[in-house]
Design a protein around this ligand. Structure first.
Ligand SMILES: C[S@@+](CC[C@H](N)C(=O)[O-])C[C@H]1O[C@@H](n2cnc3c(N)ncnc32)[C@H](O)[C@@H]1O
Length: 169
């Protein structure tokens, strides 16, 4: 997961999938320390944390070594002048392509319709395939959703949750 915040999602998915390894990346030292401490307290051997920025993922993660990437409620950076900071901006999608295995996948969730529209455009422009797009995840037939910290905040105030799956073609 990139931008794991306090790591609630990462801890839960790692617990549900003990046979897979997970890496939670976060640029903010404050929150990643809390996230890592909770994972240590709960004893989750298949989850590791890296304090770092998505911009440099391919400097510390080997090429074609990642099966899937989770982008949960990434900062939407609403001002157009900040579009290049959005984690689905095309330059990030090229970085992800380098670390993903062939046919690797990216799963994005957001409450922000404009960011979601932007992401669909960026994935298409970067030649990713798209599937299983939902404009209202919580009222869809999607099973096994892990509600993240921000997802709970937004759905509690009635915001629909958008979700997509992108894959390397
Ligand atoms: C809105 S929070 C979402 C946290 C969590 N994924 C959730 O769904 O509850 C977004 C997180 O992404 C982190 N972030 C933003 N840009 C980043 C970047 N370029 N690299 C790594 N983390 C980033 C922020 O520090 C923040 O903790």
């Amino acid at each position: 997961e990139i931008g794991c915040g306090k790591g609630q999602f990462a801890r839960e998915i790692a617990k549900r999938n003990p046979d897979k390894n997970f890496l939670a990346v976060e640029k903010s030292s404050n929150v990643i320390v809390d996230a890592a401490q909770m994972a240590i307290d709960e004893g989750i051997p298949n989850l590791r944390f890296a304090r770092g920025e998505a911009e440099y993922l391919d400097c510390f993660i080997p090429e074609k070594s990642v099966e899937c990437i989770y982008l949960n409620f990434s900062c939407p950076y609403p001002k157009n002048t900040y579009a290049r900071h959005r984690l689905t901006y095309r330059a990030f999608l090229e970085i992800y392509r380098r670390i993903l295995v062939d046919k690797g996948e990216i799963y994005q969730k957001t409450d922000n319709m404009h960011f979601f529209e932007f992401s669909l455009e960026e994935f298409s422009a970067a030649n990713y395939g798209l599937k299983n797009i939902s404009l209202d995840l919580h009222n869809s037939d999607f099973e096994g959703n892990i509600v993240t910290e921000y997802e709970k905040k937004f759905s509690d105030i009635g915001m629909p949750i958008y979700r997509l799956e992108a894959f390397v073609k």
